[in-house]
Design a protein around this ligand. Sequence first.
Ligand code: HEC
Length: 127
Amino acid sequence: MRFNLVIAAAVALGTMSASAWAEGDSAKGEKVFRKCKACHEVAKEKNKVGPHLVGIVGRQAASIEAYKYGKGITDAAEKIGEWDEAELIEYLADPKAYIGGKSKMTFKLRKENERKDVVAYLASLGK
Ligand code: HEC
């Protein structure tokens, strides 16, 4: 009985994550990432105007020591915790609104499909 419950839960979770992220296309996301490149490096741990994004999915928010973050994201970092895909998709729409304070990232990625694609791309690099 208990065993069946565990299976049911695992199946439910599996379907959930598959349907939630099915729309993100990492190949398209790689092209979307061109918009981020002026400020972010993802291939190596090198900060530009913004912090590098190596391993950003699952990385603690505002945690690159060599990078000087703004106060807004530093204050929100504990609440955000480790960036997951849903949080990143929301953050990219409007970083200032998301952290609820001043943001050094003034860029907004308004199109939802582009946000999903670019986050799928970032997630694909982390694996
Ligand atoms: C004009 C420069 C600029 C562009 C373009 C830009 N960013 Fe940023 N980004 C920043 C800056 C600056 C910060 C630091 C934010 C702060 O300290 O408030 C940041 C922070 C971030 C963070 C939080 C990092 C952390 O360590 O918690 C993520 C994630 C991020 N950017 C992703 C992206 C993605 C993905 C794109 C492209 C869709 C993008 N950014 C485009 C400048 C930019």
